[in-house]
Ligand binder design. Sequence first.
Ligand code: NAP
Length: 661
Amino acid sequence: MTINNDTPMSLAHLEALTADQDALKAALAVADTAPLLMVLIQLGGDPAWLDRMAPYITGPWSYHDETPEDVKLELQSAVVDALVACVRDSRLPEPLPPKDLLPKMMDVCTGQKVPPEYMPVALEEMDLLDEDPRAVRWRTQPSAETLEHFNVLVVGAGFSGVAMGIRLKQAGIPYTIIEKNDSVGGTWYENTYPGIGVDTANHFYSYSFDVNHDWDHFFAKGDEILRYIRRNAEREEITANTRFREEVTQAQWDDAAGLWHVKTQTADGTVVDYTANVLVSAVGQLNRASMPAIDGLDDFKGPKFHTSNWDHSVSIEGKQVGMIGTGATGMQVGPAIAPVVGNLTIFQRSPHWAMWNPLYFKTVSENKKWVLKNIPYYSKWFRFQLFWSSSDGFHKMLQIDHDWPDKQRSLNAQNAEIRKQLEEYIAKEVNYDPELIRKSVPNYPPYGKRMLRDNHWYRMLTRDNVDLVDTQIDHIEENAVVMADGTRHEVDVLVLATGFKASKMLAPMDIRGRGDATIRGRWGDDDPRAYLGITAPEFPNMFFLYGPNTNLGHGGSAVFHSECQVGYIMQGIRELIESGSSVMEVREEPFWEYQEKVDHKHRNMVWSHPGVGSWYKNKNGRVTANSPWRLVDYRDMTASFDPSDYTFTKINSTDSKEASA
Ligand code: NAP
């Protein structure tokens, strides 16, 4: 059954869908119950279906569905009948279900209570409100001349930089992206280590404005994600506006002109100068490799490389491979290379917690892709389910209960319950091997470090050719890693899965703001701060994407957060242009109030737990990478730009300035 996938919401499409009702019913057999039920209600089906099905949908993931087969068949028939009725009555379903039904639909769809505060963000994520609800539209259209003389310089063409380019293009604002690599994609271009993939479900970990029905996996591998980013960049001509193989080295604010002067260096060393009204950093937090400070690392004679710079010319087949680091990256690399190498010795400084998801290795069948593409509103409700399942559900569990007795190992009753479940899971996966359990169960609370997605890591540990070493590394010799207890582990190849210099944000760029302010001067090596993670005083007309305190540690999707930030930045730029100003700068007061709120919130959250070290916090224990907010809070904070948080300044022709806000 093939249909024109580009026109899913027309009567012609519905007619084509229902031309062969038996085939349609058969096609619906692969549909998940909850989103299909929502389709039925949107098509005008009897709302009584919601109460009938609610007991069977026990959670937001498809594997929480306990609907009996005969009821599923009834539901599928009802959807076919509803589609036929639409065609018969020449009626297209309303994009927005009746307001009184919507909250109940959300509850039933997720098998949980969805508080009303989530309604706006849910409707945005589902793209149900109107076309492209996150687009920022002009209130007063600027003249072509105004726009012609304005330009934005974006640093980095990863997921965030491409989204920024797309929104700037939509608004007709000239922009240039500077990208040090020879492709868009950022993280997903640079990291090519074996096993690379995402551990947030892709039907949510993707742009809300480009819902992809064609994901081959529920949790895609790196190459598929890179193809998705490239597709967006090419379709929206972002690539044409990007200067590849050029790296920003310095940006200097010019207070008199209200402009940024930016220097880049091309691959052959040529220095290029740019001038921009607005500078947007989209370099992210996880871009500069952190090499471990271990004695003798340079003495190692065999091949050694960081995971973000995997050397594919080195054969690891049959080799003795050593891997230092067991974070999100190490956890993906290990199971991918263990079957190939001769022996894998894993050097673990501290274990991470990891959760299993039954969909992790599953591919999306062609039939399911067909349903996603062709059944009206199905993909939207599917995305909503994933949004809900991956967002704020765990946030409460990350808060410290000060009366909780077992503070070292858990934070509160819910956290302790998860701990118990995870401990049982680990024990089962390592075949109840007491030594592996001892090494693998963290002594800190779940979510203290990034919660990982188990990709058969624990099963891998039971392989004969894998050794997990959890004593401290003392030094490295030309062919061995030597532990503090004197044990030597000979290795041919050394893999450094040791993470990134997350706290030293924006390094190595030399960014000079107003007066003598520099980014390094203000942030030091590890104390980055920004209002909403996006703007900082003394750095006018500059915005950060995936900046300080915006990493998501409790759930959610980095793409969601990035879209919130892009939307906010677009509103800021709109304000700047529409107000006829040249300069905007966040005021000290809201900036510091925000820092206070962030730090206060963090003090009661798991990442500040004294027993845990992670890239989330700096050497003083201040959490600098993570957002303390629920997704709904951050969305609400960024959804409407408040000009009173900023000063706006006009620069007239004689170069004198006048404040306008
Ligand atoms: P990471 O989480 O910082 O892990 C680094 C690992 O190296 C840790 O196990 C750390 O031990 C260890 N380590 C660092 N220095 C060491 C030293 N001197 N001696 C011994 N061990 C040392 O880095 P990552 O695994 O690259 O992940 C970083 C972030 O990238 C993730 O949290 C995630 O946000 C992102 N990421 C995402 C995905 C995905 O979505 N699928 C995949 C990969 C990465 P300690 O824990 O004891 O410090």
